[in-house]
Design a protein. Structure first.
Length: 167
């Protein structure tokens, strides 16, 4: 019997994050919407919930892919809407994510700003926005922002990608 875990991820536009993780082996579902944590991070921010089989893709691999496919070192003015974060569901995930982020710091020229936050709530996007890239590959937004992220996956993580690449 498969064990499916889930992790929340936020960074850039949730259309982009959804497309990236829909391309990864071992990911069974990507829910796109708005995610929140607690206290200073209780406002909703664009994000996804990734459901994955840890026997096929590790949480560490998902964190590595996440940090490399959004601006995880840039503290830009839209960070409230596009919070760079990993939202954990239990303390084991929290420790794994923190350790993974620490080990990834040497891969970047600047410090990672990705937060490790407890999951609090999630609001699913309206149906018209779900599976956005799959339904709108030729849209200007997709060709400008999403296709380069998928190409980066193909270049840096080809072993992690599904065989039927979305581009």
């Amino acid at each position: 019997m498969k064990t499916i875990e889930k992790i929340g991820l936020g960074g850039g536009c949730h259309w982009c994050t959804e497309a990236v993780f829909q391309s990864i082996k071992g990911v069974s579902l990507v829910e796109q919407g708005f995610i929140s944590s607690i206290e200073d991070f209780s406002s909703l921010s664009e994000g996804v919930i990734v459901h994955f089989d840890p026997a096929e893709v590790s949480l560490e691999d998902l964190v590595e892919i996440h940090t490399h496919t959004h601006e995880s070192t840039s503290n830009h003015s839209f960070r409230k809407k596009y919070r760079s974060a990993v939202y954990y569901f239990d303390t084991t995930q929290k420790h794994v994510v923190k350790k993974a982020l620490k080990s990834l710091t040497s891969e970047f020229d600047k410090d990672l700003i990705t937060l490790v936050l407890p999951f609090d709530s999630f609001v699913l996007s309206i149906e018209n926005f779900q599976n956005y890239f799959k339904r709108n590959k030729e849209a200007p937004f997709c060709t400008r922002y999403i296709v380069p992220k998928i190409e980066k996956l193909q270049d840096h993580f080809p072993q992690r990608m599904l065989e039927d690449s979305p581009i």
